[in-house]
Ligand binder design. Structure first.
Ligand code: C2O
Ligand code: CU
Ligand code: CU
Length: 517
């Protein structure tokens, strides 16, 4: 199938495909630490550390049974005041950005009925979850808008399952405690939809984790970091080719390497501040940005405050690791514990980003306001992780992630030279098989596999890096790098995707299928 046909939707809507003509230049990324291009806001930005940190509300089930909880969410347009006094139209789960946080127990089924009241089709993917294919949010399994959309099945994808108005996603969550997140995943239009606000946390806990004595309650903070730019009228300034997000995918030529904003939001607020006790806090950091990488550090009076990593994308590490800084690529999650008792009461602890410049070099600030009792602990052993061995693998595959020609010879992003096509399978692992996947890159590509967690085996021909520990679902690959990951495909049979999680690359075809057989 051609790249054109995958973009054809019946009902007369034919995507024009990519029309970017320019090549992708390396010089733009050298020294920037990320692959992308900055959109500058057209209005006055607030001073940092003036607004409180929002904590997304925890969603309440509409019904529960002995083995499951059911939720309902409405995807709708809303107006948010993100910059003080400025009205920004958003798309939000329940009208919020980020959406409500879902909290589940491991092994307890969670069902979420999503009602699409937006003007475009949507798809919900629970990132990091082991989910049967029919609920994984395959990019063409569209939920058509409740209020009308003239389309039937995306042509060229016989397997696509469309629903109109709403869809119930069923998550068995047969996996250990982890910080997951849900977000839109519609083919060709994930970047702009997430940018408008379609993302939220989904936390999975289990008895083992709960018994460890880690900081909890108000001392367990999910922090979604995302950069945005604002137009003069207060709208998000995302450089879509087609602002209606109905026909032509992709971004304007300047931005095909990725879209950066100059405002850093944490849980939807610009450079917020948060009062904390002089005690340990668990910080679940999610990079919810489309393209921006961060090198984060906590700093007080110019000095770094060390912290401990307790978890990675797919849950707890085997044991805690101390860091002075943390590099995080889009879609990665790092679970940290920082002890604010190590600084004086009254101290202001900044979370800074050494890959940023100017406004993007700051993220948020914690103000240590009072002494307080602290019963929490960080156990020396967090959980058992069975390391997969090279000798366990029966298959090794290689995938190159590069700029390449997509439909019509235009510039885009490809895996092994191919743009995404729903009917092409780049790999067919057997259920239960252990495989090594080797990735090679031209620029920065955060590579994500649906359905499985993996362990990093090597990076650049050397042992894994400091931030590769634990079980991951997204690996931060840097320009001209090769890395190997190892995984067991032991969850479900069916069709799943793997892709670059730079959303602009993903929308411009850097995605492929694997089928577990
Ligand atoms: Cu977070 Cu396929 O996505
Ligand atoms: Cu995912
Ligand atoms: Cu990429």
């Amino acid at each position: 199938m051609t790249h054109m046909s995958r973009r054809m939707f019946v009902g007369g809507v034919v995507g024009a495909g990519l029309t970017v003509g320019a090549g992708v230049g390396l010089p733009a990324v050298i020294g920037s630490g990320s692959t992308g291009h900055l959109v500058r806001s057209q209005l006055k930005l607030p001073a940092p550390y003036k607004l409180p940190l929002p904590i997304p509300p925890v969603a309440r089930p509409v019904s529960s049974g002995s083995d499951h909880d059911s939720y309902r969410m409405v995807q709708r347009e809303a107006i948010a005041e993100i910059l003080p006094g400025v009205q920004t139209p958003i798309w939000g789960y329940d009208g919020r950005f980020p959406g409500p946080t879902i909290v589940s127990r491991s092994g307890r089924r969670t069902e979420v009925e999503h009602d699409n009241q937006l003007p475009v089709p949507t798809v919900v993917h629970l990132h990091g979850a082991r989910t049967p294919a029919e609920s994984d949010g395959y990019p063409t399994d569209l939920v058509l808008p409740r209020n009308g959309w003239a389309a039937s099945a995306p042509m060229g994808d016989q397997l696509a399952k469309l629903t109109r108005g709403s869809r119930r996603y069923v998550y068995p969550l047969q996996q250990p405690a982890a910080t997951l997140w849900y977000h839109d995943h519609r083919m060709d239009f994930t970047g702009p939809a997430v940018y408008r606000g379609l993302a939220g946390f989904h936390l999975v806990s289990d008895d083992h984790e709960q018994g460890l004595g880690l900081p909890s309650g108000v001392r367990d903070l999910p922090l979604a970091i995302a950069d945005r730019a604002f137009a003069a009228d207060g709208q998000f300034a995302y450089p879509s080719k087609d602002p209606t997000l109905t026909r032509t995918p992709g971004v304007r030529e300047t931005y095909i390497e990725g879209v950066f904003g100059d405002v850093i939001l944490v849980n939807g607020a610009p450079w917020p501040e948060h009062p904390v006790d002089a005690a340990r806090y668990r910080l679940r950091i999610l990079n919810a940005s489309n393209a921006r990488r961060y090198d984060l550090a906590f700093r007080v009076d110019g000095k770094p405050v060390p912290f401990v990593q307790i978890g990675a994308d797919q849950g707890l590490l085997d044991r805690p690791r101390e860091h002075q800084h943390l590099v995080i690529a889009p879609a990665e999650r790092f679970d940290l514990v920082i002890d604010f008792a190590k600084v004086r009461v009254g101290a202001k602890v900044e979370l800074v980003n050494s890959l940023g410049r100017g406004t993007t070099s700051r993220v948020m600030r914690f103000n240590v306001v009072r002494r307080a009792a602290d019963e929490s602990r960080i156990p020396a052993a967090l959980r058992q992780i069975q390391p997969l061995q090279r000798s366990d693998a029966t298959v090794t595959r290689e995938f190159s992630f590069r700029a390449g020609k997509v439909h019509g010879g235009h510039a885009g992003w490809v895996i092994n030279g191919r743009p995404f096509a729903p009917d092409y399978f780049a790999a067919e692992p057997r259920l239960g098989a252990v495989e090594i996947w080797r990735f090679i890159t031209d620029l920065h590509h955060p590579i994500h596999l649906h359905q499985v967690g993996f362990q990093v085996l090597s990076r650049g021909g050397k042992p894994p890096g400091a931030f590769d520990t634990g079980v991951k679902d997204t690996i931060d690959l840097r320009p001209g790098e090769a890395a190997e990951v190892i995984t067991r495909f032991d969850a479900y049979r069916g069709r799943f995707v793997f892709h670059c999680h730079n959303s602009e690359h993903e929308d411009m075809a850097m995605m492929a299928n694997f089928k577990v057989i």
